[in-house]
Design a protein. Structure first.
Length: 258
């Protein structure tokens, strides 16, 4: 893209958003051996923009567009759940101007793309305490969740104001409030965020960083990990396919021998 094109207007973003959504599926991928739940730690938006001499918020704008392409790809493959680490409890430490722009991008685009999600039969859900978000963003997320609640395809699980430690702590507080004197691991999992979702089979982090960053600490106990170098806005359908092929080459033993 040219410099002018990279300074995306909302209409141009809509076009960029759709680029790649109709790329043919990779015939090498065995549809019977896909992860039920794939999670992405979307890292590198700010660095992507800075490399081009732009404000960090431009990276978040492009990153949102790549998010929608990923959701469509997961939907086309029939993956049950796609979790995206959209905003962590630690992200509040960023400059307020950047936080406000992230919220604006999410609010405006989630509202606009709700019809697209309906066409893809995608159900939106969230993990994390969104009550700290601005009221208009909370309202948008509630409306999109309600609008898509009866869809039966891929679940888009937005992890927003989410942290693995906070998730465990709130679960413990719920258990204490219930008066339970002892509890099993299976029972404990019922008190966690997203308890109705299967644990992630496969977690992908972009940008070359090798960190968990406080993401789904309990749920990822037997997840497969894959760390890739491209920054999040550089994600493509081909890279997603590469990740899925990598997963299919893994042998999951869950502590046992096969």
């Amino acid at each position: 893209m040219s410099d002018a094109k990279d300074k995306l207007t909302n209409e141009e973003l809509k076009i960029f958003n759709k680029s790649g959504v109709n790329v043919k599926l990779n015939k090498k991928i065995d549809l019977k051996r896909l992860p039920k739940h794939v999670a992405f730690i979307m890292d590198g938006n700010g660095r992507w923009a800075i490399k081009r001499g732009w404000d960090r918020t431009m990276g978040h704008k492009h990153g949102y567009a790549r998010m929608m392409m990923l959701v469509k790809r997961c939907s086309d493959y029939g993956i049950s759940v796609c979790s995206l680490f959209a905003f962590s409890t630690e992200n509040w430490n960023r400059p307020q101007t950047e936080i406000d722009e992230i919220f604006r991008i999410l609010r405006e685009n989630m509202h606009r793309d709700s019809d697209e999600l309906m066409r893809w039969n995608v159900r939106v859900t969230t993990m994390g305490d969104i009550s700290r978000f601005p009221e208009d963003l909370q309202d948008t997320l509630r409306k999109v969740k309600d609008k898509t609640k009866n869809n039966t395809g891929t679940v888009l699980n937005l992890c927003a104001n989410y942290g693995g430690r906070a998730d465990i702590v709130q679960a413990v507080n719920k258990i204490l409030s219930s008066g339970a004197k002892s509890i099993t691991e299976k029972d404990f999992a019922k008190y966690l965020e997203g308890a109705d979702l299967p644990p992630p089979d496969f977690i992908v982090r972009t940008s070359g960083e090798h960190r968990i960053s406080n993401f789904m600490l309990w749920q990822m106990s037997y997840s497969e990990f894959y760390f890739i170098k491209p920054l999040w806005p550089d994600i493509t359908p081909q890279l997603i396919d590469k990740c899925l092929l990598e997963y299919q080459g893994r042998k999951r033993r869950f502590g046992a021998l096969k």
